[in-house]
Ligand binder design. Sequence first.
Ligand code: TMP
Length: 208
Amino acid sequence: MNAPFVTFEGIEGSGKTTQVRLLSDYLTVKGISHRVTREPGGTPLADEIRSLLLSRREEFVFPETELLLYEAARAQHVRSVILPALSSGQAVLCDRFYDATSAYQGHSRNIDGARIEWLNDLASAGVSPDLTFLIDISPAEGFVRISGRGSGPDRIESESVEFHAKVREGYLRLLERHPGRIVPIDGTLSADDVFRRVRETVSARLGW
Ligand code: TMP
């Protein structure tokens, strides 16, 4: 049987990356073998695609182009990192996965959901998360957090508040469709309080 696959989702500034790190530290202390990765990225080629996707550019990037680049990065990442880790018994913690495509390119960029699902399925080679944390904050709060970061916003971060509000709405729709897999957590809580919930959930669901 494959080891557990856990993903973290949320709009920009939700604090999910901090939670991935906290969970990884916790698993390390418990001696649970795991691998931490992220999307887009996780392999040299997928990291190059990430730079293409996130760099700000003069040329308009069409939603379909964006979608295919995210899926291309995923196809590479799943086959060279996620699948081998899971099948060798290593758990995988992934900062974003295909729910991000449904929320960003599907709901917010308005690409037909059935097409997104087909491509998600192709790219992910049948791998689906056992558990997904949705760290939920308002776009306004997300903006405040991103602006405090110092580095300028990337191409997606610099989209409008309306865009990010639609992404959040997309995530909340996914939550309605997959209530058993997706666990929402209020991202306005302190990082420690969010992590307490993460820990309670992984303990109840995965025995960690
Ligand atoms: P990150 O900054 O959280 O690592 O995510 C990179 C950006 O890419 C973020 O703005 C969300 C976006 N994204 C998509 O639009 N579609 C996707 O499928 C993924 C994985 C990320």
